[in-house]
Write a protein that binds this ligand. Structure first.
Ligand SMILES: [Fe+2]
Length: 279
């Protein structure tokens, strides 16, 4: 049983949407920061992957223990089971998804540590072999497109009574075209759960988010015009029922307005899993 593997630590969340029939299980993973090298990698690429892997080996522990000045307050599980490579961690996360068979595997960005050929080939191959549905967004470490994994534009998965929309907010803003698509989706009225990388900050979750540096969220007051419009849409449009994101490398269950959750998953490379149910 993968669930019993002490690498994992779970947070369970529930999103209740009126009109949804039955219970729908999802697996939300974020910030896996994969570093890979393969036979096609150049010496430079291989050396860079080794360097970044070494960096994250200590950095992910500091995030977990809340030892970084810009990420305060999290004291998350960390020990020998979490001291594995980013590739080993991703293999475990996929094996867990294969075992739990969620309705979709949701990856909310920084899937790769950086765009690199071996990492992109690895992720494409793994996601193509995955037996279920998945939805991926890019993080700030990634490019807007990654063949076979994610693509520019809002992408959606439909379920019984709701839909999940993947939105690229990795640069702390959202493109005009994507905002237009989101407004059109909201007009259709099907309840929407937004999957993105960077959390958003509204008055309701300000206190919680201000525990981390403003690098880690889109502030509805200080973002650029499109960023502000994205925050306002998520906060005020009743069709948007929840936001799932990452980026912070620490788990935070916040609310955009009372009753509208924003679940910030912690670092998947250190075993964090956000299991949530929509009902
Ligand atoms: Fe990250």
């Amino acid at each position: 049983m993968m669930m019993d593997d002490s690498f994992f630590w779970f947070r369970r969340n529930r999103i209740t949407i009126p009109g949804v029939r039955g219970e729908h299980l999802f697996l939300h993973i974020t910030d896996t920061h994969i570093n890979a090298a393969d036979a096609e990698s150049s010496d430079e690429e291989r050396a860079e992957s080794e360097k970044q892997e070494t960096m994250w080996a200590s950095f992910k522990e500091k995030f977990a223990r809340g030892q970084l000045p810009f990420s305060v307050g999290n004291d998350e599980p960390y020990g020998d089971p979490q001291r594995i490579t980013t590739l080993e961690a991703f293999e475990k996360q996929l094996a867990l998804a294969e075992e739990l068979k969620p309705e979709a595997l949701l990856l909310s960005g920084d899937n790769l540590e950086r765009m690199h050929g071996a990492g992109e080939r690895y992720l494409k191959r793994k996601l193509a072999a995955y037996s279920g549905k998945f939805l991926c967004v890019p993080g700030n470490h990634e490019a807007p497109a990654c063949d076979g994994c994610w693509a520019p534009g809002v992408r959606t998965l439909d379920f019984d009574g709701f839909r999940i929309a993947a939105v690229d907010d990795s640069q702390k803003t959202v493109s005009r075209a994507d905002l237009d698509t989101l407004h059109a989706l909201c007009c259709e009225g099907t309840p929407l759960i937004i999957l993105c990388h960077v959390p958003i900050c509204t008055p309701c979750c300000k206190e919680e988010l201000h525990r981390v540096m403003d690098y880690f969220y889109i502030d509805g007051e200080t973002a650029d015009e499109n960023g502000k419009e994205f925050v306002e849409l998520c906060e005020k449009n009743d069709t948007v029922k929840a936001v799932l994101c990452g980026h912070v490398h620490g788990y935070h269950a916040t609310q955009l307005v009372p009753g509208k959750p924003q679940i910030i998953g912690s670092q998947g490379m250190a075993g964090a899993v956000d299991l949530f149910t929509v009902d």
